[in-house]
Write a protein that binds this ligand. Structure first.
Ligand code: SAM
Length: 278
C-alpha cells in the first residue's frame, strides 16, 4: 500500500499513514489540497502536507474548539468562524439554537468546495441560511468591526504562511474590539507536548491585549503532540464557568469535560513562568 508521510512544520516526529486511495489532489491559489482514504481514519483532508481532519476523529477537535466558549457565554447570537474550511466548526456552532448568525471566513474557497464533495458529514451545514460565507483573510474581516460579536473561533492551519496573520497583536486587538462585553475568543495553539514555547508565546501575546486569558486542552490523535491546546480570551468573564445549560448533542464534549479540560491553575502558572520541565 502507498504511504503518506506528514510534513508538519513544527513536529519533532513524522506520522505515516497508509493510503488506500487518493481521492483528490489539487493546488489552490493558497495551498496544496489532498484527500486520501486511510483504513483506520477513513477520509483525511491534507493541506500542504499536514493532516487537517479525519472522518474518524474530527469531532473531538470541532466540539472542543466551539462548545467551551459557546457554553461560557450565556446566549451567543453572533459568531465568527475564521478558517475551518471543512465546515466542522460551523456545524458545531449551529447546534446552539441561540446563534442567529455565523460569519464563516475562510481564505481558500477551494477547501470549502473540496470538503463539500468529500466530507459531507462535516461540511453538512455550510449552506445553512444562518451562515454567511466570506472568502477572505480573517484578519482583514475583523479589522475595524463594531463590538457586536459574541464569539470569535479561529480554526486555522498551523502558525505558518498566511495563517500567521491570525496570531499577531494587531489581530488580537481587532478581535477584542469586535467582541461584546461577555464575548469570547478561542484559537488553536498547538501541543503542550511538542510546542510549549509556541503555546506560551500565543498566551503572552493574548495577555498583552485581553484582561482574561486561559488555556484548555483536548486529546487529538491526529495532531502532532496529541495533547492539543486551545487559547481562550475575553474582556473579563472566565471561560471556566458554564453560563449556559448543556443541551446539545455531542460525542465528547460534556459539562464534566468542560471543567476538566482547563489546565489546573498551578500548572498553568508554572507553564507561564517557563517552569514546566519537559
Ligand atoms: N482543524 C484543522 C487543524 O487544526 O489542522 C484546521 C482545519 S481548517 C481546513 C484550516 C483552514 O484555515 C484552511 O482551510 C485555511 O485555508 C484556513 N486559513 C488559514 N489562514 C487563514 C486566514 N488568515 N484567514 C482565513 N482562513 C485561513
Amino acid at each position: 500500500m502507498i504511504k503518506f508521510y506528514e510534513k508538519d512544520p513544527y513536529a519533532p516526529i513524522q506520522y505515516t499513514y497508509e493510503v488506500e486511495n487518493i481521492l483528490y489532489k489539487g493546488k489552490s491559489k493558497f495551498q496544496e489540497i489532498m484527500v486520501i482514504q486511510n483504513p483506520h481514519f477513513g477520509r483525511m483532508l491534507i493541506l500542504d502536507g499536514v493532516v487537517q481532519i479525519t472522518e474518524r476523529d474530527e469531532f473531538f477537535y470541532h466540539e472542543m474548539l466551539t462548545h467551551v466558549v459557546l457554553h461560557a457565554h450565556p446566549a451567543p447570537k453572533k459568531v465568527i468562524v475564521i478558517g475551518g474550511g471543512d465546515g466542522g466548526a460551523v456545524r458545531e456552532v449551529l447546534k446552539h439554537k441561540s446563534v442567529e448568525k455565523v460569519y464563516f471566513v475562510e481564505i481558500d474557497e477551494d477547501v470549502i468546495n473540496v470538503s463539500k464533495k468529500f466530507f459531507p458529514t462535516v461540511a453538512c451545514d455550510i449552506d445553512n441560511p444562518r451562515v454567511e460565507i466570506k472568502c477572505m483573510d480573517g484578519a482583514d474581516f475583523v479589522r475595524g468591526r463594531n463590538a457586536d460579536i459574541d464569539a470569535v473561533i479561529v480554526d486555522s492551519t498551523d502558525i505558518v504562511g498566511f495563517a500567521t496573520s491570525l496570531f499577531t497583536k494587531e489581530f488580537f486587538t481587532s478581535i477584542k474590539n469586535c467582541l461584546t462585553e461577555n464575548g469570547f475568543y478561542v484559537t488553536l495553539s498547538e501541543s503542550l507536548h511538542f510546542h510549549k514555547d509556541i503555546v506560551i508565546e500565543v498566551q503572552e501575546t493574548m495577555k498583552g491585549v485581553f484582561p482574561m486569558v486561559d488555556l484548555y486542552t483536548a486529546p487529538i490523535a491526529t495532531y502532532a503532540g496529541n495533547w492539543w491546546t486551545f487559547s481562550v480570551a475575553s474582556k473579563g468573564p472566565s471561560p471556566r464557568e458554564m453560563r449556559k445549560k448543556f443541551e446539545i448533542k455531542a460525542k465528547y464534549y460534556s459539562e464534566e469535560i468542560h471543567h476538566q479540560a482547563f489546565l489546573p491553575k498551578d500548572m498553568y502558572e508554572k507553564l507561564m513562568q517557563r517552569k514546566l520541565e519537559w
